[in-house]
Design a protein around this ligand. Sequence first.
Ligand code: HEM
Length: 430
Amino acid sequence: MIQNNSTEASADGIDLSTASLADPEILAHPNAFYAAMRKDDAVHYDKNLDMYLISRYEDLQTVLRDPITFSVKKGFAEQYAKGFLKEYKEILERDGGGFFVNAIMTDPPEHTRVRRLLDSAFTAHRVKTLQPEITNIAVDLVEKLLAKGEGEVFSEFAMPMTSRIICKQLGVDLPSATVQRWALALTQQISRMQSREDMLRAAKDVCDLQNFLLAEIKDRQNSPPREDMISDLVHARLDDADQPTLGLDELVTLGVALLVAGNETTATALTTMFYIFATRPDIAATLRASLDDDRVVTRFVEELLRFDPPVRGITRMTTKDVEVGGVALPKGAHLLLLYASANDDDSEFDSPREFDMNRPNIGRHVSFGAGIHRCVGAALARMELKVAVREVLSRMDNIQLAIPNDEITYLPTVATHTIARLPLTFTRRG
Ligand code: HEM
């Protein structure tokens, strides 16, 4: 549950010697746990996860700025399909065209090669040209909801919006329910919370996703360049004399990253936006009065991202003995960078549990990360959120929860903070 501005998260009552982020209750309502760590044990070893949780803003910055000492590649490999990797790999090799090595969850210089390509695909300028299309999609989805007067906004608004936008960019045609299933199956692999049954179901979905992409890649390889991102990847020429084109591992995993990386994340932020509108009518009213003021809408979006970041934590692994926040970590230590806790750190943000669109350092949140792995899709995600704010609030009124607040559940994952289902009621604005 998102605490409102009268509820300060308190570290009291949390016993760090027994508490774990793997506890579903803590995963759903983590802020008191984060506060306890920042206060008493900022680089906390979580026994259940076998990970060091990095909780303070300053320590997160230290780690994010040094991608060589803190390896994404090693951290990701350790996290991925944890406990089931061998079986998961066998299934993908047998039924999904192969187990492809992720091309973006890597370290320099490997990372630099593909990162440049992705940056050029998502410049703020290019994203700006997408605004009319994004607006059409948002309007269509809001109108469909309004025709019913109620709806579950994660699957009926947030996921369809993000998947329609990215599918159009990639030049593929897929029902949003399929993209949603695939996205959740993939992000489940870094959740640390899946059972073997979950893994088997997800592996089947990931096979379907890979087989779909392999066919799309083959199609582009056999035709002249066209105006879509899969074609751009297939025909890209890189600044690398030894390997001037992308290999199959790179094509598949970048295609996967584009299709799914931005989906659950942006859909989570869109769902949290609705949650704020439903539970904080004062904020919705303030915004409604200023929808033409881009500065106000931008500030709302940034505070939304700071207050409840969709990406809670991503992993790293130390490549040598190193000290973080005064704690000596051995080489090979598995870390979880808690972006959500850094955003909640009162040494950086005054009264962090207040939703304050006027805070002076609003842009200093780390919801998109920092350093060389900073989110590629930040401009696109921000655009989608701003469009959604405008189209939802200009058309909808009386946005209310259709279930009691304490019945709202979150996806079981250490990687994101995602409302699983958000049924709402609303009326058309008169
Ligand atoms: C509100 C929405 C989003 C949030 C909160 C978010 C958050 C993040 C964060 C925190 C990272 C850094 C991970 C790290 O430190 O290792 C990241 C990386 C990334 N994001 Fe996003 N993201 C969002 C939307 C998107 C979108 C729309 C796309 C693409 C269509 C995207 C694609 C990526 C990719 C490819 C990376 C890997 C970058 C790298 O390692 O160099 N994200 N994102």
